[in-house]
Design a protein around this ligand. Sequence first.
Ligand SMILES: NC(=O)c1ccc[n+]([C@@H]2O[C@H](COP(=O)([O-])OP(=O)(O)OC[C@H]3O[C@@H](n4cnc5c(N)ncnc54)[C@H](O)[C@@H]3O)[C@@H](O)[C@H]2O)c1
Length: 363
Amino acid sequence: MSARPRVGIVGTGFMGGVHARAVTAVGGRIAAVLGSNPARTAAAAARLPGARPAADLDDLLATGLDAVHLCTPNHLHARDAERIIAAGVPVVCEKPLATTVADAERLTAAAQGAGLVTAVPFVYRYHPLVREARARIAADPDAGLWLLHGSYLQDWLGDRTADNWRTDPERGGATRAFGDIGVHWCDLMEYVTGHRITRVLARFGRAFDARGPVGARTAVATEDGAVVSFETDRGAIGSLVVSQASAGRKNRLWFSFDGPDRSYAFDQEDPEQLWIGGRDASTVLRRNPALPTAHADRFDPLPAGHPQGYRTCFEDFAADVHAALEGQPHDGLPTFADGLRAARISAAVTASAVHGTFTEVPT
Ligand SMILES: NC(=O)c1ccc[n+]([C@@H]2O[C@H](COP(=O)([O-])OP(=O)(O)OC[C@H]3O[C@@H](n4cnc5c(N)ncnc54)[C@H](O)[C@@H]3O)[C@@H](O)[C@H]2O)c1
C-alpha cells in the first residue's frame, strides 16, 4: 500500500462527505469518486482536490485503490461490496452491511476468503469515554451487570412530509428505524459490555402510516420506532427504545449498563462525560487524555475541556482502517463480522415484530 492510502468513495451524500473528510484528515487521499449520475460525480470531484470522477464502479476500481468506501443507500451495499471484493480491494461499507443476513454472510465469507481488510463504521465505539467504560467493565468482572437499557432517538422523520430513500423498504430494507440506528446501540452495548444478545422480543410502531406532500402521500411499510426487550448470553435482561420521530431528540443515543454496585451511563450528545453510579456516591468522569485507556495513547486527543465528538470518532475510525491496511489492525475496529452480527440482530428483531414472539439471535 502507498504511504498515503488511495481511497475511492461511492456515494456523495451526507456520509460520502463525512468519509472523505475523515480519510483526508488522517492522511489518506481521495483518488476517485462516484456519485449517482455524472453531474453529481463531477460536483463531488470538484469538492475533493485530486479526486478523479469515475464513470462507474469498474472505472473507479481501475484507478488503482487501496480501499473503497461505500456510502450509498442500503440496497446497493451488497451488490457493490461483492464486486469490490472480487477485484481484491479492501472495503469500508456503511451500515447496514446488507439488507439480508444471507447477503451479509456471503460478503463476510468472501472478504475473509480473500484476506481483505473490511470495516463497517459503528463509529460510536470511538468515543474515548466509551472505551473507558469498556475498559472499566472488563477490569471489573464482578460488576454483575444485569440490566442493560437505553435508547437511540431522533426526530428528523417526525414531519410527515419528510421523505427519504430510507422509508422505501426496497432501498432501505425491511426494518427502517431499528436497522438504521438501533443497530448502532446494539453494537455499542455488545462492544462495551461483552454481552451478546441471545433473543429479542420487539414491537414496531409508526407515527404516520403515509408520508409525502399533501395530495401525494404514499403508504409507509416500515417502522418509525421500535421497543425491543432482550436477553444476553451472560444472563442479563435489557431494553432498547428506538425512534426517528421523537420531537426534540436529534441523535440521543444513550445507554445505562447497571449492576448492584456500579452502573455506567453515556449519552453521545454529551460525550465528554461518563456517569458511573454507586449506591453511596456517583461520579461524573470527564474526558481527559490522561485517562488510562489504550484509546487515549493511540490517537491525537484534544486537551480536556475542548469537546470532541462524532467527527473525531470518524477520524479515529479512518485511522484504524489505515492501520489495518498497513497490516497493523487494532482492537475495536468494527469489521464485516460486526456488520453481519448487526444483520442477524436486525433480522431477529424484524421477525419478532412480525410474529409477536421471542426470536433467537444466532451467536
Ligand atoms: N455510520 C453512521 O454513523 C451513518 C450515519 C448516516 C448514514 N449512514 C449510512 O450511510 C449510507 C448513506 O447514507 P447517507 O445519510 O449519506 O444518505 P444520502 O442520501 O445523504 O447519500 C446517499 C448518496 O448515494 C447516492 N447514490 C444513490 N445511488 C447511487 C449509485 N448507484 N451510485 C453512486 N451513488 C449513489 C445518492 O445520490 C446520495 O448522494 C447509508 O447506508 C446509511 O445507513 C451511516
